[in-house]
Every structure is written in C-alpha cells, then in structure tokens.
Design a protein around this ligand. Structure first.
Ligand SMILES: [Zn+2]
Length: 344
C-alpha cells in the first residue's frame, strides 16, 4: 500500500509518525510531536511509553506507530490539537464530517477539551432546557416564514446558499450523534423534534428533488420549509423508542386542554369576559401548528394569551404560570417518555 505524507500535518521536527489507513486504500502518515499529544491525551502518553519491540519500526528516521483509526478522522482530530481555532471557524453540526471525526477520536484518545467544546456548541441547537428550546423553535418559525416568502424563481429555495432543512438541522442525525458518541444530553430534544416530523419528508429525498429541476421541484421547495429527517439512519431500536414516546406525548394532549380551564381564576377581575375570551383562544386553530408539536402549541398559545388585551391581569398570570408549568412538565418528562436511558 502506498504511503502519503499528510500535506499540512507532517512536521519536519515531529518526533513520531502515525500511520493510518485511508478510505481510498492508501496509508496516510502524520509526523507529529509526542510531547504535544501526550500533554493532551493520557492514552497517547501511554501508547508512546509502552516498551517498544526489539527492533522498533521507524519511518523517516523517527518511531512509527500504526493505528487502525480512519486517516480522515485523524486529520480532523489533529487539526483540533494543532490549530484549535478550527473549532471556532468550522460549523459545529451533528452531521458534519469534521465534527464526527474529531469527536470519535477525542472520545477514543480521551481529549476532553475537544469533546466538551463540541457538546457545548451542539447543545445550543439541541438544548437541555425548555427556555432555550423555545428560543430555537421561535427562530425556526420565523426562518420558515422567510423561506416561504422567497421568490423561488430567483432564489430556488435557498438563503445564503442553504435550504431551510439544512439550516435547522436534522433530528435523526442528532440522535445518531448522541447515541454513537455517547452524548445523551442531545437525545431528548432530538427525539422530541423527530416525533413531529412528517414521516413522508425525507431530508435526502428533499435535497434530490430540490436539486433536480423536475416537476416535483416546486412541491419540494414548499415542503422544504417543514422539518424533515434522514430517516434511513435511525436504528430499529430507536424507532421503537420514538413510537413509544409519541404515544406518551399524545396522552399529554389532555393536559394541553387543562391549561385553558384554569380560567376564570379565583381572583378574576372581569368575570365572564375572561372566560369567554379564553374559550375563543382555546377553540382557535393555531395556523403555525403544521406539525403535531405539543410544545410548540404551548409556547404559541401562551404568547397569544400574553398579548391578549381582554383577559384580566390576574387570569393572565394564572394562565401563563399554569401553561409554563405544564409545558415544563412535558419537557422534563421527555427523557422518560422516550426511554432515553435504554440508549445510554
Ligand atoms: Zn379574569
């Protein structure tokens, strides 16, 4: 097999050569610094101090260490160590080849600064808290509006070169990432969001239809402002948990109605008016609820109730508190509802 020296990660003064198989069946050589790798990783430190064979293998005058990891993963991993600002400049998303490669090896070689940085970034999109999730959801709603109002004859469904589905991110990829790299904190919001994706909308099919100038293109552009997912990367076990969680979420829909029936409150200042106005809101169809997302229903309903002028302040206070408590209850029960522990 031919050996290629990596163009940027082959340092003349490097003290060890790492040799790894590449996907194109060649071998890639990285000449790096033992001291630097050892400082970041105990696993590497141990690897370099293991007693070497009687005649240690050498390459280009320095010890050679053969590793079985993927050479491309190693490139991303070493770049994080040698050029840490790459973590600031690369897009940190669950389906990025760079992020997945760096994460795989930072787990294997135990380099927490890479793993921690990536997780912190990803949790901005797949959050731990309900408040952050609502902010993201509101951003997605207004983003979808922007995409819907595009003149597609000129924009072809893209803003700054990106489709809506690519900007919001794929919940199936978030599940894949969370499970494969052992980052369970991403899973509740990822499972929740996947549960409200229309199963007929596949991210890759959407892409193909968008890129092909065929008749289905117009329909695809319209559909592309809805959430879609890469369904094919979800494992059977994850599907079972998804369906189980969806059942639990359905049973929460009674709770959703209960939130409205706390009005009129005991301290209501406009008996009759509040009750009537709340029943109007309760019976209204929420135009933005294109998918069956109970948490979206909650935060939209509460925003509309908060802006309502007819409901008295006392009732509004009760309604908003009750609504938030109920939404939080649903949010906090997501890990249990989707049995996330079965995947850890
Ligand atoms: Zn009232």
């Amino acid at each position: 097999m031919s050996i290629h020296r990596h163009p940027s990660l082959y340092f003349e003064d490097g003290s060890v050569v790492l040799l790894l198989p590449s996907t194109d069946e060649s071998l890639v050589a990285y000449r790096v610094h033992r001291s630097l790798l050892s400082a970041h990783s105990e696993v590497f430190a141990d690897l370099f101090t293991v007693p070497s064979p009687a005649v240690p293998e050498k390459y280009d005058g320095v010890p050679l260490v053969k590793l079985s990891d993927n050479a491309q993963d190693m490139e991303h991993f070493l770049n994080c160590i040698y050029v840490p600002r790459i973590l600031m400049t690369e897009a940190i998303t669950v389906d990025s080849v760079f992020v997945n490669g760096a994460m795989r090896l930072s787990n294997k070689y135990s380099v927490p600064f890479i793993r921690d940085f990536i997780i912190e970034k990803l949790e901005e999109r797949w959050p731990r808290t309900y408040g952050t999730w609502v902010s993201r959801d509101l951003e997605h709603i207004s983003l979808a509006d922007k995409y819907k109002s595009l003149d597609n004859a000129t924009h072809h469904g893209k803003i700054d070169g990106q489709y809506y589905c690519d900007v919001v991110g794929d919940p199936a990829s978030a599940i894949r990432f969370g499970v494969d790299h052992n980052v369970p904190s991403l899973l509740p919001s990822a499972f929740y969001e996947l549960s409200s994706v229309d199963p007929s909308l596949d991210l890759d099919e959407c892409h193909t239809a968008l890129e092909n100038g065929d008749e289905s293109r117009e329909k695809a552009i319209l559909e592309s402002t809805k959430a879609s997912a890469r369904w094919s990367i979800i494992q059977p076990k994850e599907f079972r948990l998804l369906i189980g969680g969806m059942d639990k979420l359905k049973s929460h829909s009674l709770t959703t109605l209960g939130f409205w029936f706390t009005i009129p409150s005991e301290s209501c200042e406009r008996q009759g008016i509040c009750e009537e106005q709340v029943s109007v809101l309760r019976n209204r169809r929420w135009g933005r609820l294109e998918y069956d997302s109970i948490l979206r229903y909650f935060h939209l309903a509460m925003a509309i109730a908060a802006a309502d002028q007819k409901i008295c302040l006392k009732c509004k206070g009760v309604l908003l508190k009750k609504g938030r408590d109920e939404a939080l209850k649903i949010w906090n029960s997501l890990p249990k509802d989707f049995s996330i522990r079965c995947l850890e």
